[in-house]
Design a protein around this ligand. Sequence first.
Ligand code: TNX
Length: 538
Amino acid sequence: MKIIFTRIALTFLFLLTVVSCTKEKKKRILNFPPTNLVTENLIPKPLKIIPTNGGFALDQFTAIYTTKNAAGYEEVAEFLAKKIKAKTDIDIQVNVDEIPGREGVIYINQSDSLELNTPEAYQIYITTDSVILNSNTAEGAFRGIQTLRQLIPEVSTDTLAEYPIWTIPTGKIIDSPNLGYRGSMLDVARHFFSVEDVKKYIDLLAYYKYNVLHLHLTDDQGWRIEIKSWPKLTEIGGSTEVGGESGGFFTQEDYKEIVAYAAEHFITIVPEVDMPGHTNAASVSYPFLNGNGKTPKLYEGTHVGFSTFDTRKDTVYSFINDVVREITEISPGPYFHVGGDESHVTKKNDYIYFMDKVVEIVKQHNKIPIGWDELATANVDSTSVAQYWGSKENAELAVNKGMKIIMSPAKKAYLDMEYDTESKFGLHWAAYIPTDSAYIWSPEAYDGIPLESILGVEAPLWSETISDISEAEYLAFPRAIGYSELSWSTEENRDWENYKVRLANQAPYLERMNVQYYPSPLIDWKKSKNTFEEIKKD
Ligand code: TNX
């Protein structure tokens, strides 16, 4: 109680100081028409919004201050300043000494309020004079500044001021995520994507409050991560990709760069080495691994289910131990994904024997094993996680074993499914997934999986049909924006008719980021340029 009073008193004092030095400014901002924080185009929709209908003027005099000595807060403030610069071209200073004439302050505050009950929770109080963002952790502050970024108009507000201002509607936002795991997966194995491509994908995911990027690093068509103790994996196994193009791989330095970039965006990288199936590229590199009785050859097609490791050789497990060790050494996140899907040529007993051993290896390296839903058929327990993609039966097995489940049902959450019969890229073995269908379902109540078992949602982007980042963007956007809301926002706050208007207003951001999104005809896109095709021609 005492702490709360001290906090209120401090905030009041702080506001008084700001108000007293912004008298001039208050006169100036009377030109704003009334605002409404509730109708802003925020995605994902925050838990609670209380509008007060005024405006905070962001301008060249705005500065950002953070709690001193709060770990990571200054970096979050610098990140916000960089993004404001990119959007408005104004230079906002962070934690500078008081400058005479300084107007309007954004304060990013570490708070011990019990209301902020999860690390990602945050609250924002916007008045005409200041913006105060409270969170317990830098992670919460980072999620909160995404909301702020979305509240800054794309173009400056038309007022009588001599210099441009961007009006942020006043009011209060109370927010925290509904589900803790909010991910997307990028398949860099079927087609390779560069470090720069992955970084751009991270930029976009972070804007919509994702916190996980799963990298599908190995498959039949390519091995994409350098393993120093087994160099042929990338020399040979990394040389191909679907369609006979050039392949490629991440050196460990590249991978570390991705991990560090993701960490700056409070995104965890989940590395996946898919096994015992989907292992042709590994077996071509080191044929002793192969268990399908055939001589492995480099593969550039798209069939699945023909490859398997030899599950009864000790040398296979020491190989896997090296791979898991080298990858976990450079993966600070808590998870390691062991794949385990579509092992159609691995005998059932061998599959169970293999997955049991691999799960143990991962645990010995202090990571939580994740596997596709088939993993639940092995002798695993509640310490492993199942990623539900297709089999309801496997999902039930996982629930009965007390495993947590990541929801990626192919019929709803697969980003590589075609939108409709006219789609330029994608497959449709599970479904056509138009933009509305991708949004209209409840991950918390799907196929009878109980809410207590659900860790979160992940939208996988398989890359058989896409070979560069703009093709990836066509499949991922706009649907990935909807999955952010399905995992962050509560079911009461989700509504297609309301969402589709907010989605339409993402067009200027997507254009500014040069995202080649699919201009779904279901959405009345509020483009800032004339047409999508014209942007492509630019
Ligand atoms: C199934 S889903 C796969 C992938 C394919 C994908 C294409 C899963 C665990 N396996 O190997 O790329 O379908 O949609």
